[in-house]
Design a protein around this ligand. Structure first.
Ligand code: TYD
Length: 228
């Protein structure tokens, strides 16, 4: 495939959206055509399924049913958005992809072999060239999320928040384990530092992974310039 496929993964409050926007600007400054997309969603059909999943309407289906919906959305997203963009030679930056299903639905108890079957069917051979795992401790991620939506009467950690922290910690461990298992396509980025440092690390990972695409363009120099 002519294009380049980069996925962003991580827990809540990792700062993926900000970093995707930064990488898009960087790549465009090097003359690349960039498509930013997200999961669940990223195509009209998949966005409808996103509504069902994130509103909680699909919750009664249980984690296995939800996993099937994530896979259905992904199949449409791949066919309608990702594959055509890669065939055109674009750079596709995707906020979450199949690794999120492995981690989130895996953590919720869905059997790994079953998830693997769904993944194979959904991605239809389209795997990321590079996956950037933006890693932050669960406490930091959760406090960033809380900061964002600080309008209600949250008076310290309640039972839900206590439970949520455990779940977030498990997801983080699972993402890190996945990055170790499939080290050939993962770069783990410490997302707990300031935005510019995180962006600079991401640019380094990308220019390193696709060195031939940045040769003779002053790529390495621009990385450090863009970081300051
Ligand atoms: P979103 O608002 O896009 O969250 P974020 O900014 O954290 O990416 O919501 C996506 C949610 O769906 C997020 O909590 C992770 C979850 N998710 C899964 O459980 N499985 C999946 O396969 C995907 C793609 C997302």
């Amino acid at each position: 495939m002519a294009g380049h496929f980069i996925t962003f993964e991580g827990g809540e409050g990792a700062g993926k959206s900000t970093q995707i926007a930064r990488l898009k600007t960087f790549l465009e400054s090097h003359g690349k055509t960039v498509v930013v997309t997200r999961e669940p969603g990223g195509s009209p059909g998949a966005e409808k399924i996103r509504q069902l999943l994130l509103s909680g309407e699909a919750k009664d289906l249980g984690p296995r049913g939800e996993a099937m919906l994530f896979a259905t959305a992904r199949a449409d997203h791949v066919d309608t958005t990702i594959k055509p963009a890669l065939e055109r030679g674009d750079w596709v930056l995707c906020d979450r992809y199949a690794d999120s299903t492995r981690v989130y639905q895996g953590e919720a108890g869905v059997d790994a072999a079953y998830l693997k079957l769904l993944e194979t069917a959904a991605v239809a051979g389209i795997y990321p060239d590079l996956t950037l795992l933006i890693d932050v401790p669960a406490e930091i991620g959760l406090s960033r999320v809380a900061e964002r939506s600080r309008s209600d009467d949250s008076g310290g950690p309640d039972r839900f928040e206590g439970e949520a922290l455990k779940v977030h910690k498990r997801r983080r461990e699972m993402f890190l384990a996945l990055a170790k298992e499939e080290a050939h396509r993962f770069a783990v980025i410490d997302g707990s530092r300031d935005l510019d440092k995180v962006a600079a690390d991401i640019q380094k990972a990308v220019t390193g992974a696709f060195a031939e695409e940045f040769e003779g363009t002053g790529g390495a120099k621009k990385v450090s310039e863009a970081a300051t």
